[in-house]
Design a protein around this ligand. Structure first.
Ligand SMILES: NC(=O)c1ccc[n+]([C@@H]2O[C@H](COP(=O)([O-])OP(=O)(O)OC[C@H]3O[C@@H](n4cnc5c(N)ncnc54)[C@H](OP(=O)(O)O)[C@@H]3O)[C@@H](O)[C@H]2O)c1
Length: 212
């Protein structure tokens, strides 16, 4: 399969990229990123791009894609509410719309997060829930709700989060609270091959999919 990935320079996206490298099911990976990646691989093509609301200049990246892994995102603590909504919701919807035009049968995988809810008083949880709803309605997306993702080191994640990472790793025995980043990638690829569409997948099920 051909995979299109967003957010590959980040913690989750970097691990998911590694899972794609090692999967025999993946023929080609196209990464859309605003800065060069630290990875090189014979299966990888990198598209440096800056406007995440308009992909007209890199349409070829969206052609003949089987799965789009949308790992781009930001913590609501790092930007204003308006910017958070734009990056989380509008960027994802723009990518899904472009994918729908050029690869109408591709599956769109969106990383949401544990605790996402339309009724939450937290902005992030509400915006993620709206994004899930709109992506499922537009392209029958699969929405992943991981808890702590044990991924690549990342310079873009919040500083406090980076400091606390070793502590979060203590959550590993708890299937609803921890997922290894490459396992999340393996679960996404498996869901693509099994033609899973249009639903939410919580952390424990992510680990089940990766294990079996
Ligand atoms: N890490 C976790 O434990 C966890 C748990 C649950 C859900 N999630 C979700 O998973 C997603 C990825 O999280 P992460 O931990 O991998 O974050 P991260 O390490 O901060 O990576 C974020 C990625 O998004 C890109 N990005 C952010 N803002 C952008 C912008 N304005 N324009 C273009 N690219 C932008 C970053 O690019 P640059 O490298 O260029 O900044 C990077 O590739 C987020 O939606 C997050 O809510 C994460």
């Amino acid at each position: 399969m051909n995979v299109l990935i967003f957010g590959a320079s980040g913690s989750a996206g970097g691990s998911i990229l590694r899972a794609c490298f090692s999967s025999p099911a993946v023929k080609e990976i196209r990464a859309i990123t605003r800065r060069p990646l630290r990875f090189t691989h014979k299966k990888l093509r990198v598209f440096i791009h800056n406007d995440y609301l308009n992909y007209a200049s890199i349409e070829e990246a969206f052609v003949d894609v089987n799965a789009c892994l949308f790992c781009l995102g930001i913590s609501a603590t790092q930007v204003s509410g308006e910017e958070y909504r734009k990056i989380t919701h509008d960027f994802a919807l723009a990518a899904a719309s472009t994918l729908q035009i050029h690869s109408p049968t591709a599956v769109f995988h969106f990383i949401s997060g544990k605790g996402t809810s339309m009724n939450s008083r937290f902005l992030w949880a509400h915006v993620k829930a709206e994004t899930e709803r709109d992506l499922m309605s537009l392209v029958n997306a699969v929405c992943w709700r991981p808890a702590f993702i044990d991924g690549e080191s990342s310079s873009s994640s919040p500083r406090l989060y980076r400091v606390l990472r070793p502590l979060f790793r203590l959550l590993k025995p708890f299937r609803s609270l921890y997922v290894n980043g490459q396992d999340l990638g393996r679960a996404m690829l498996k869901a693509t091959l099994e033609n899973i569409r249009g639903r939410v997948i919580e952390n424990a099920e992510i680990r089940d999919l990766a294990d079996h």
